[in-house]
Design a protein around this ligand. Sequence first.
Ligand code: ASP
Length: 293
Amino acid sequence: MKLPIVVVHGGATVFEKKHHDAILKAVKEAAEKGMCAFEKGGSALDAVEAAIWVLEETNLFTAGLGASKNLDGAIELDALIMDGNRLESGAVMAVRDIVHPISLARYVLERTSNSQIVGSGANKLYEQMLAEGYREGTSSKRTEGPFIAQNCDTVGAIAIDETGRIASAASTSGWPGKLPGRVGDSPIVGAGVYANDIAGASCTGKGEQILRITMGRMAVFHVEQGLSVQQAAETVMSELRQKTSGEAGLILADKLGNLAIQFDTPHMPVAVLSSDMEYVYCSMTPVWSIDQD
Ligand code: ASP
C-alpha cells in the first residue's frame, strides 16, 4: 500500500448484526479523520490521535463515550499512544470518566517527562491539559448503554507517514465490571500497543492474557527478525491461543505499509485507508493481509 496509511480497529469481539453498519461507518470515519490529519501536514501521532478520538466520541465502543462501568459503577479508562521512531509513549490508566483519554495520553507523551500516569494523578493532569489549552474539553455527554459488543471492544489504530514513521495507539474502559483499579494490556507498552522504527501493533482481547505474552512487542519483534507482517501476526495469535487459551485480534503494519489483520473472535471491524486504497471490513473471515511484495 502506498504511504501514508491509517488502519483502525474497533475491537475483537461479537457485535449484533444490526449494529454492523454503524460500526463500519464509525471505523471508516475514524480512518478518514486520521488521513485528514496527514493531509493537513500532521504526523503519524496526529493521525492516530485523530482516528481514536472519533471512535471515543461515538458510544459504539467500550471506550470514550461508550465506556462501561467497573464493579463499583465508576468509569475508569486506559489509553496509550506510541511514537515508533522516538521509541517514546504516553499512557493514562484508570483515569476517571473523561471522554478522550487518547488526547491525555498524547499530553503525557509531549508535555511531561513521564510515560505512564494513573488514577487521580491522571485526572489532575487532565485539568492541567485543559487549562493550558493543549486540547479542548468535549461537550458530548455520556449516555447509559445498551452495550453493543459482547464483553469489550477496545479501539486501536496505527498510522504510518510518507517517510515510514509509525505511531500506534489504543483506548478502552477495559472489561465491563472489572475490579476498580484494574489495568489491562491496552495502556501497557509492548502488551496492547507497540511501535518502533520497523513496525507497529495494536492488540485487542482479554488484557490478562495479552499481557502474559507481551503480544504487541512480540509481533513487532518477529517482523524485526525477518517474518512478514502476516507471518508475525499469525505467530503471536497462535502463541496466545496455545499458552493462554486467549482469543484476540491485532493489526500489525511495517514501515513499508505492509499490513496484517488477524483475529479469532467472530468480529473485528477494521478500516484501512491509504493514498491508493480504501477498505472497510467487519467479517467472520479471520485472516486478511496486504503485502507489498
Ligand atoms: N484488551 C482490553 C482489556 O483487557 C479489552 C479489549 O481489547 O477489548 O482491557
